[in-house]
Design a protein around this ligand. Structure first.
Ligand SMILES: C[S@@+](CC[C@H](N)C(=O)[O-])C[C@H]1O[C@@H](n2cnc3c(N)ncnc32)[C@H](O)[C@@H]1O
Length: 341
């Protein structure tokens, strides 16, 4: 291992480290299990020529895939068992045919390297790029795959990435959830229902009272209620496959409590690509917003975040801002100079 990297890993400094070199060779020099998170966007196949060339310029897709998979095998080795890999990859066309490159890589990682795929996040670019073709749609998304090394016990802080819940308030002695639910309509529906027995009505009202008490005390963030023949359920009606359908059939209602710390994040992210000064030197920096969730959720505070294709250092910069230690590798000194600032 090179002296500066060895020292940096031991030192526990908050200063990021940028290393110039080929990702595979640099990673091969790192000890096993020294990194908590790898977040990266490798060069896409056949898209552009970077300042120092490198991956992505191979004439054949097979050679590109071999090169990229060799780097990701090293990533797997240097990642701790509790670690995560977040891989952002765009697709390429050849003779009008979309090559499915992100999926080819993802499937090879699962089949050949035993990675476990936890999410396929769709990065919706909102504005998208220009596209003059008149016989296909305009591309508006890219994939961001989340991989782990083990099925259980990998680091994941789901509370760190919840959208903050709205405020519950009290008006005229009654509690009202952030989305305006106060229970009055549910109570009326229960009382007027022809589809509930007297016993079911009493149980439904008792459940509603208990839920409102939980809301007032902050034990839940919000709630919805599904009452027989009133609300349309989103689950299957088949009682054999859906516990909710069974509850509805047997009790006449169920309550859906929402987490007190806010809603769980979905797997489609609307993020407009940044148009920063870094673009004048580098074609393809990704937005800082893309790195926030992976780092907050899957790297412990103070942990090491690696980007083996770091370009202008976006991953490393966000890692540092969020109290993690960033290690960036790139072939091109011009990009690293920009990253160091
Ligand atoms: C898509 S860009 C990454 C951009 C980066 N996420 C950012 O926000 O600036 C891919 C980078 O990989 C670098 N690269 C290409 N081949 C490489 C190799 N074999 N080893 C290390 N870096 C390489 C390129 O110089 C380029 O900066």
């Amino acid at each position: 291992m090179s002296q500066p990297i060895a020292r940096w890993l031991e030192e526990d400094t908050a200063e990021p480290l940028y290393v110039r070199g080929d990702a595979r060779a640099i990673l091969a020099g790192l000890p096993a299990a020294c990194v908590d998170l790898c977040m990266t966007s490798p060069p896409y196949w056949g898209h552009r020529r970077y300042a120092a060339g490198g991956l992505g310029e191979e004439p054949g897709l097979g050679d590109y895939l071999d090169g990229l998979l060799a780097v990701l095998a090293e990533v797997r080795r240097v990642l701790r068992p509790t670690g995560s890999l977040w891989l952002n990859l765009g697709d390429s066309y050849r003779q009008k045919a979309l090559q499915g490159v992100p999926w080819r890589v993802a499937i090879a990682l699962m089949d050949q390297q035993r990675w476990i795929l936890r999410n396929d996040v769709i990065w919706h670019k909102v504005k998208g790029g220009p596209d003059n073709a008149r016989d296909k749609l305009r591309p508006m998304h890219e994939h961001l795959f989340h991989f782990v090394k083990q099925r259980k016990g990998y680091f994941y802080d789901d509370d760190a990435i919840r959208s903050p819940p709205g405020e519950t308030r009290v008006e005229e002695g009654g509690v009202i959830s952030a989305t305006g639910v106060r229970g009055v309509r549910y109570r009326r529906q229960i009382r007027r229902s022809n589809a509930l027995s007297g016993e079911e009505k009493a149980a439904a009202e008792a459940a509603l009272d208990a839920t409102l008490a939980d809301l007032a005390a902050g034990r839940i963030g919000d709630f919805r209620m599904v009452i027989r023949k009133q609300q349309r359920a989103t689950h299957s009606d088949a009682e054999a496959v859906s516990g909710r359908a069974r509850e509805l059939a047997e009790r006449g209602f169920y309550v859906l409590p929402y987490h007190p710390k806010g809603a769980k994040l979905g797997d489609v992210w609307d993020i407009v690509p940044e148009d920063t000064h870094r673009r004048t030197v580098h074609f393809a920096p990704y937005p800082e917003a893309l790195c926030r969730v992976p780092i907050l959720a899957t790297c412990p505070p103070g942990g090491v975040v690696l980007d083996p294709f770091c370009g202008t250092g976006t991953t490393v910069r966000v890692a540092q801002a969020l109290g993690r230690r960033g290690l960036g590798v790139d072939l091109a000194e011009a990009y690293l100079a920009l990253a160091r600032g």
